[in-house]
Design a protein around this ligand. Structure first.
Ligand code: BGC
Length: 424
């Protein structure tokens, strides 16, 4: 039977992961260092994660069998270049086989070249505020593309460069709802683990470290450095692998404005989105990632009273996806791919409903003429949710952390069937 909401031919249906969150034992990365500092705010170490580094072949087959046509995963810089200037051919062979497995199973790979983690050596230079970082990143990207470019049709360079700013908003709205003290780096407690981290990175203990999602010393302008890294990487990709489509990902909430909140809302949209436009408009696609909405009043973000919360503490709001697509499409005319959308919930029926409502909204946006070319659910697996550890369950597939056994949830079958039918 023909679906009521049919998507355009060739629409990409997939799921997404990130290396550090699923591979396991990413020991040369900056985040691994932070996980193991005494007093760290990270809930638990990533350890073996989902052991995707070894189980990728069975995982890729599983995703293909479920009906997906594409898989977004990341290549880990800390593995490709474990020491500055030392590139690992064995790591490249690993990712080549992953790409090969995707091809064998007809899963089009979408590769993220940097998903929050960097090699720990980058922090000796200052991490994502160091002036050398864009060039070093572009050198790593060039190496990957020279070796693997022919097998990579789509790349996202950097993941959610705006997340540090977005997190500040999320925290402000949660603090307001829960009457918490404003969040920031507080008290000697936090300072002392960060000082220990500075020493572990080979820095002076007084170097002020920004730990997550991009790790850097607080001294330069992070956004400028990251945008320059994206531009240099994009130029390298276009030179080395001209057929690969390049995108940049941002995490964006739909913005709803309460009376009197107009100025704050405009300021928020400028910080989270508009400041990136001059660079983004020259990309091949925009990688849009959305989880919820943000309601903004005269004093900033407000959590809607009585609204249902996800495990992350976000408002359960699948309609936010369509809402933010409409907001983005006003200013940006390149194709949009939804490279992340999902919900952390222990109740898989809530996930099924989330997907259904999000996709209905997306379908309406396409009907309105917006060029949306794909949808990736975050995430394929219950995985390592950074500072929050393994407590958040975003996955379509559960993973037993002792046995590594995968258990397919109803939501995986649900979305897989939509992918097969190209609609719902
Ligand atoms: C990130 C993922 C993260 C997800 C859920 C996104 O911001 O790209 O790494 O796990 O959100 O919080």
């Amino acid at each position: 039977m023909k679906p009521t909401c049919s998507f355009p031919d060739g629409f990409l249906w997939g799921t997404a992961t990130a290396a550090h969150q699923v591979e396991g034992n990413n020991v040369n990365s900056d985040f691994w260092v932070l996980e193991h500092i005494p007093g760290t705010i990270v809930a638990e170490p990533s350890g073996d994660a989902c052991d995707h580094f070894h189980r990728y072949r069975e995982d890729i087959k599983l995703l293909a069998d479920l009906g997906f046509s594409t898989y977004r995963f990341s290549i880990e810089w800390a593995r490709v270049e474990p020491e500055q200037g030392l590139f690992s051919a064995a790591t490249i062979a690993h990712y080549r086989d992953m790409l090969q497995a995707c091809e064998e199973h007809e899963l089009m790979p979408m590769v993220t070249l940097h998903h929050f983690t960097s090699p720990r050596w980058l922090m000796r230079l200052g991490g994502w505020t160091a002036k050398e970082t864009p060039e070093l990143f572009a050198r790593y990207v060039s190496y990957v593309m020279e070796q693997l470019g022919e097998q990579i049709p789509y790349v996202c360079t950097l993941n959610e460069v705006n997340l540090p700013d977005l997190l500040a908003h999320i925290m402000a709205s949660r603090a307001q709802a829960e009457n918490l003290a404003p969040v920031g780096i507080k008290e000697d407690n936090d300072l002392s683990w960060l000082q220990k981290a500075a020493l572990a990175f080979g820095l002076d203990k007084d170097a002020v470290i920004h730990p997550f999602p991009y790790t850097y010393v607080e001294r330069g302008n992070f956004v400028e450095v990251a945008l320059e890294a994206h531009r240099q990487a994009r130029a390298a990709i276009r030179r080395i692998s001209p057929d690969t489509k390049v995108g940049f990902s941002l995490a964006l909430h739909e913005i709803d404005i309460l009376p009197g909140g107009e100025a704050k809302a405009e300021e928020t949209w400028q910080t989270l989105f508009k400041q990136y436009l001059p660079t983004l408009k020259d990309d091949d696609f925009f990688a849009l990632q959305n989880y919820t909405r943000e309601v903004i009043g005269p004093d900033g973000p407000v959590f809607p009273e009585g609204a249902e919360r996800t495990q992350m503490g976000y408002e359960y709001r699948p309609e936010a996806l369509a809402g933010v697509v409409l907001q983005v499409a006003k200013d940006l005319k390149i194709p949009i791919i939804i490279t992340e959308n999902g919900v952390a919930t222990p109740d898989d029926q809530r996930r099924v409903e989330f997907i259904e409502r999000a996709l209905k909204g997306l379908h309406a946006c396409i009907q309105d003429g917006i060029d949306i070319q794909g949808y990736y659910y975050w995430s394929a697996f219950d995985n390592y949710e950074w500072v929050m550890g393994y407590r958040m369950t975003f996955g379509l597939i559960a993973v037993d952390r002792t046995t590594q056994k995968r258990t397919i949830k109803e939501s995986a079958h649900y979305l897989g069937k939509i992918a097969q039918a190209n609609g719902l």
